[in-house]
Design a protein around this ligand. Structure first.
Ligand SMILES: *Cc1c(COP(=O)(O)O)cnc(C)c1O
Length: 364
């Protein structure tokens, strides 16, 4: 796909960029450009095509107030990172997995399929023009946020016939900030993030909107993140609002909730499963109940718990708060297997550990 390129006339100054890169945070600042591809359905909404691929200056977008994304939430997104390697080159991690997942989400939200090569090309183009925004610090990266929105101005309820795909980019430091200390997680019994036949397996904004109240509940209870249980029996561990969950047993086995249709299949999750298998670890994807977690911690059978996702990579979980009950140790230190998997994954992404599986894709 050919991208037209319109250079920003007002890019941030080198000084301003340097100040931002010195302390990027997460998702607070954006680069100078954005990639856009529009889609228009064919006659009577049948078929359709992508057109007008372009790089534009970063800035507010004009949307009709009746645009269906604003009313019915027809939106999906992706998240991946661009890492600068020691030789200055810029790489991303398994972008075709994100492209495939975007299309899976698109199918669920009745949005159009986007060619996987066009997806990867859009990342390449944004990184090419905004290369100076890729940080060089330890654990830092340029976070790439592709998303697709229904732009048709129409209040009837049906799949929109005008859609826009965009990519924005944001320099990112350590997601939870500072050192890697195990976090406390709150388990919500009041809220679910997904239901049978729902959108739990799709990466859509609506899932996040529905999870925010539970996140508030977690914060009110002194926790950083919220854990959701299965919506059917309120028993099986599913995932956090935006991260998958893993357990390491004292026998060195890795366990994670099976993909049942209500859990988002993380690229980090599948990469960790592969890296664990490479180490000769047994990996189980199955139902893990809250009770198994409780008993596993009490008996010592569960040695480590961690969460994972692109933004935070791997974050150790020190304790789980379940109402008045506390499972785990508030002073826990990060587990050995957790840290080893994290170091290996980060090493592959940043080019210091061999990329045995061909997961890296050069962007610039
Ligand atoms: C994005 C996301 C994840 C993590 O996926 P990665 O591909 O590993 O970044 C996990 N859970 C939910 C709900 C998500 O939206």
């Amino acid at each position: 796909m050919e991208f037209n390129q319109q250079q920003s006339q007002h890019p941030k100054s080198a000084e301003e960029r340097a100040a931002i890169l010195a302390n990027p945070g997460f998702g607070d600042y954006f680069t100078d450009h954005t990639a856009v591809i529009d889609w228009t359905a064919g006659e009577n909404g049948v078929g359709g095509q992508w057109h007008d691929a372009r790089i534009e200056p970063y800035g507010p977008i004009a949307l009709d107030p009746a645009a269906s994304v604003l009313h019915y939430g027809q939106e999906i997104f992706e998240g991946l990172k661009a890492y600068r390697h020691a030789d200055g080159s810029v790489w991303t991690f398994r972008p075709y997995a994100n492209a495939a997942r975007l299309n899976k989400s698109a199918a669920r939200l009745a949005l159009p399929q986007l060619d996987q090569d066009a997806f990867v090309e859009s990342l390449r183009r944004i990184v090419a023009i905004d290369q100076q925004w890729v940080p060089t610090g330890d654990g830092e990266a340029l976070y790439l946020r592709p998303f697709m929105i229904a732009t048709e101005a129409f209040l009837g309820v049906r799949a929109a016939r005008k859609v826009s795909y965009r990519v924005i980019a944001s320099p990112a430091g350590n997601y939870f900030g500072g050192e890697l200390k195990p976090v406390g997680i709150w388990v919500t019994h009041a809220y679910a993030r997904a239901g049978r036949g729902g959108t739990g397996a799709a990466k859509c904004g609506g899932n996040y909107a529905a999870s925010l109240i539970a996140q508030l509940e977690a914060e009110e209870n002194g926790c950083k993140q919220v854990l959701f249980l299965d919506p059917f029996n309120n028993e099986a561990v599913e995932e956090l609002g935006g991260m998958n969950v893993f357990f390491v047993t004292s026998a060195g086995k890795l366990m994670t909730p099976a993909l049942t249709g209500t859990i988002l299949e993380g690229v980090t999750r599948s990469s960790i499963i592969q890296l664990a298998k490479d180490r000769g670890m047994e990996v189980e994807e199955r139902t893990i109940t809250l009770d198994e977690w409780r008993q596993g911690i009490a008996s010592g059978d569960i040695a480590e718990v961690f969460a994972c996702g692109t933004a935070a990579v791997i974050t150790p979980i020190g304790l789980l708060k379940n109402g008045e009950e506390t499972i785990g140790d508030p002073d826990a230190v990060a587990g050995e297997v957790t840290m080893a998997l994290r170091a290996e994954l980060l090493g592959i992404q940043t080019g210091t550990v061999e990329d045995r599986h061909g997961w890296l894709e050069r962007l610039a």
